[in-house]
Design a protein. Structure first.
Length: 135
């Protein structure tokens, strides 16, 4: 029996449910908007096709596998878009179906901070200079 995740559409964080074959079973409105896509284009789509095979293999697959085995995992991601840098986090948690068996994970992404890149880089340089006794 399919689970109903529609209530997750009301949340501001980007949330996806991924099955044991690494395919989208559900993604919420916030994630659809982020990807400038449609819900229909996500369902059944392999996760790697949305995030890239390299990112999937290096950063996601092992964490999803651990969650499918019952162990939650946390992931951090730094994204730069134009002059804005963001630090995001996700806790990949196992979820069970109506039959109480593992077989899917839920991945909620939330923003930890955002900063203007030039200001952030200037602050990092000042911090580096202070740490090195240069400032």
């Amino acid at each position: 029996a399919a689970m109903n995740f529609r209530y997750l559409d009301s949340l501001a964080d980007r949330i996806s449910v991924i099955d044991a074959e690494y395919r989208y079973e559900f993604t919420n409105a916030a994630n659809i908007s982020f990807h400038r896509s449609s819900a229909r284009s996500f369902i059944g789509r392999p996760l790697w096709s949305a995030i890239g095979e390299d990112v999937f293999e290096k950063h996601m697959k092992a964490k999803i596998d651990a969650a499918l085995a019952g162990r939650s995992r946390t992931l951090f991601s730094r994204r730069v878009n134009g002059d804005v840098a963001r630090l995001l986090a996700a806790t990949i948690d196992p979820i069970t179906g109506d039959d109480s068996r593992l077989g899917r994970v839920i991945i909620p992404w939330f923003q930890i901070w955002a900063s203007n890149v030039p200001l952030l880089e200037a602050a990092q340089r000042r911090g580096y200079e202070r740490d090195q006794g240069l400032g």
